[in-house]
Design a binder for this molecule. Structure first.
Ligand code: TMP
Length: 212
């Protein structure tokens, strides 16, 4: 049984996850919690190597099934080397994306058979599931234009077109409807301070209950 607390951030492109997750990490550290901040794909040296090959190159470089397998290969390494040891040590793990991203991007966006994703979730995660998932939701057009204005060019997923991104937006909302105890949806088309306040209000009481 892990003693830690596992929080994931999810959402489409340009929703401001990276800013919000950094702010939450600072806040929780200030409150005295031991925090590990990490991301997917990536988060361990092996998983970061997979991140480089899966995100870069032309959109059609990998089929959606191959992407699913690469995401799960990187996720397994990340769990073994970073997430599970941190949870076993009683830490609060904040992860920028996790398994819901595979359901949304490869499942809904890439139309990979749900049975493959169900099987990978059941066998590869070995019981490592988020205690809380914060889904930052915003209209697709706004997210994609925010992501582009960050500079650095489009990655393979940003280049996939509005219909793909609309499918994955709806998939995140459906995950939240199916698992209301785990998931909190936050509108991200608001000032970052307002989103941050809602994130604190969702996280702090839940953490109090387990970490005191
Ligand atoms: P980021 O832009 O939030 O760093 O995420 C990297 C990209 O990887 C983003 O476009 C979403 C994509 N992704 C998937 O397609 N499937 C996954 O399972 C994960 C974790 C990320």
């Amino acid at each position: 049984m892990s003693k830690g607390f596992f929080i994931t951030f999810e959402g489409g492109e340009g929703a401001g996850k990276s800013t919000q997750i950094r702010r939450l990490a600072e806040r929780l550290k200030a409150l005295g919690h031991p925090v590990v901040l990490t991301r997917e794909p990536g988060g361990s040296p092996g998983a970061e190597a997979i991140r480089d090959i899966v995100l870069n190159g032309p959109p059609e470089r990998w089929s959606a099934v191959t992407e699913t397998l690469l995401m799960y290969a990187s996720r397994r390494d990340h769990i073994e080397r970073v997430i599970r040891p941190a949870l076993d040590a009683g830490k609060v793990v904040l992860c920028d994306r996790f398994a819901d991203s595979t359901r949304a991007y490869q499942g809904a966006g890439g139309q990979v058979d749900t049975r493959l994703i169900d099987t990978l979730e059941a066998t590869v995660l070995e019981g490592v599931h988020p205690d809380l998932t914060l889904i930052l939701d915003l209209p697709v057009e706004e997210g994609l234009s925010r992501a582009l204005s960050r500079g650095g060019g489009e990655d393979r997923f940003e280049a996939k077109g509005a219909a793909f991104h609309e499918r994955l937006r709806q998939a995140f909302l459906e995950i939240a409807r199916n698992e209301p105890d785990r998931c909190v949806v936050l509108r991200a088309d608001r000032p970052p301070e307002d989103v941050e306040a809602d994130i604190r209000a969702a996280v702090e009481p839940r953490l109090e209950r387990v970490h005191g």
